[in-house]
Design a protein around this ligand. Sequence first.
Ligand SMILES: *Cc1c(COP(=O)(O)O)cnc(C)c1O
Length: 508
Amino acid sequence: MIDEANGGSALPERGVPAEQVLDEIRGLRAGDRPTHGGRLFAYVYDPAVPGLDELAATAHAASAHVNGLDPTAFPSLLAMENALVAAAGRLLGGGPGSTAPDVVGSVTSGGTESLILAVKAARDAHPEIAAPRIVVPSSGHAAFAKAAHYLRVALDVVPVSAETLRPDPAEMAAAIGPETVLVACSAPSYAHGVLDPVGEIAAAAAAAGVRCHVDACFGGWTLPYLRRLGTPIPAFDFAVPGVTSISVDLHKYAYAPKGVSVLLHRDPALRAPQYFAYADWPGYTMVNPTIASTRSGGPIAAAYATLRHLGDDGYLRLASLTRDAVAGLAAAVRAVDGLRLMAEPESTVVCFTSTDPDLDLFVLVDELAGRGWHTQPQLSYADLPASVHLTVTASVAPRVAEFGPDLAAAVAAARASGPVELPTELLALAATLTPDALTPDLVAGLAAGLGLGAGVPGRMAPVNALLNAAPPALRERLLVEFVGLLQRPAWSGSGVASAVATPGPGQR
Ligand SMILES: *Cc1c(COP(=O)(O)O)cnc(C)c1O
């Protein structure tokens, strides 16, 4: 199928026919984890609604070449963005007739960009503060740390309780100082799916005259529907006085294709410092609400089509399916000796840990993957044990009955094979090595020892065990080095060609 001379090159000597190119991409895709079918519990959000993919793809294609750089040149994008912001604002307690009638927002490329911009707006609202800081619970998304790093804002991390997985609002309040420009909390946290005490945190922030951001990237599109279905969901949105901004990812539970999040502010004055405008050069005048300047209209149109097609009643139905799936998965976990739910599910996450030293969670994750269930391992952190995270979407509902028996079998197999045993020298190294002592040779040796030499290894347990044994700073360096080994130019094109030549089981 692959032309020998040009095999897999992104720039072949002569152009390749369209059908062949698409075949090649389908061949590559066959090696990916399954984005549909309700067996992948991270990265993808699947409502399993027939025809939705085709609709979103067509809408995406219709606007892919439209540029969000200039809303006056492409009013179609402006209209769709304003519609998305209104929908998100309304869902999250704002808009005419609410206590937050002046809510405004921006469409961003994702949750990380929404959080970076929330931090930027907060920072730039206070040019008089030379060394700005933000207060974030330890369960806050890593994107807050990324924002702090990119924007040179200091991060004050408040630990969460190992029992409730929430920060103590009094500790959050105590962490606010004269240089604090933003207090953040999650509804819910990604890792464990629990809601922070938003009301108390926002009240403390307001009392100090500081902005409060609610990171509802994950839950912003489901919590309102779960509440309508009768789940007790405490107030977390603009109904809470003191909440100044909220982020919600449309590419999560709004089930839009990747590349769309919404950042809302309670009023236009709060949003103003988010913008970047520049007229001091000879080119076009630039005014950007977001980090990117040229922005494809594709994701925005696809999100607009998805929202309109599913509608409020559709999201309510999908939330109901998801709620039932969460209950079923949690019951399956409870039924297994040696596993414990990290928290009773409050939203759409099921997260569990092992209470049995002979049951290694990282081995269990591999055993589940071998049975077609792709879960997400989370390393131990501070006084929290390692855990397994399941993001549950509507597509999981028809799969729930199959999960219990496979979980039990995977647990039995993980017990039988026993915990990962890394050589003691390696464990000692992980515990004592400082990041700057990591030489290229050492990294290459570690990678080879873990089977990372030739692409992505089949079993991840040894890699996770090694990372788990290392403190965060060393984990970070190892991750950068390991992933850097994978991300190398395909000079010969052979990497692509071999992936295409050996399609996975999903390929027809
Ligand atoms: C996913 C997520 C983010 C980051 O979003 P990306 O779209 O991956 O950039 C931030 N916060 C929470 C709570 C999330 O779940």
